[in-house]
Design a protein around this ligand. Structure first.
Ligand SMILES: [Cu+2]
Length: 116
């Protein structure tokens, strides 16, 4: 009888874990699927180099490199100051289009934001 009870307890425990996993996992997947609005700057590279966002989305660039970088659009729409390590710059794109940008300190560093 005692044996049967412990089996029941184990079974109930497993059922609980399974239920929690089912409830928690879809939320995590949903968060992972929401479009990224952050561009990481590291090793002289913007990542991702092309970011697609919906209109009125704020994009944040974070400098994770150990030297300063900037973010400046080719058409002069936005231009950050020099960002030190861990500093960030944000810009909200209100009109659809393709926005090419570069780092004014290292002009070979380029990226693109596509606003849909
Ligand atoms: Cu740079």
């Amino acid at each position: 009888m005692k044996n049967a009870l412990s089996w029941l307890a184990i079974l109930a425990g497993m059922l609980l874990i399974f239920t929690v996993a089912l409830v928690v996992r879809p939320r995590r997947l949903k968060a992972a699927n929401s479009p990224p609005t952050q561009v990481k700057i590291d090793n002289f590279t913007f990542g991702p180099d092309t970011l697609t966002v919906p209109t009125n989305r704020t994009v944040t660039w974070v400098n994770q490199d150990d030297i300063p970088h900037t973010v400046a659009s080719n058409d002069g729409l936005f231009r950050s100051k020099a960002l030190d390590t861990e500093q960030s710059y944000s810009f909200t794109f209100t009109k659809p289009g393709t926005y090419a940008y570069y780092c004014t300190i290292h002009p070979k560093m380029v990226g693109k934001v596509v606003v849909q």
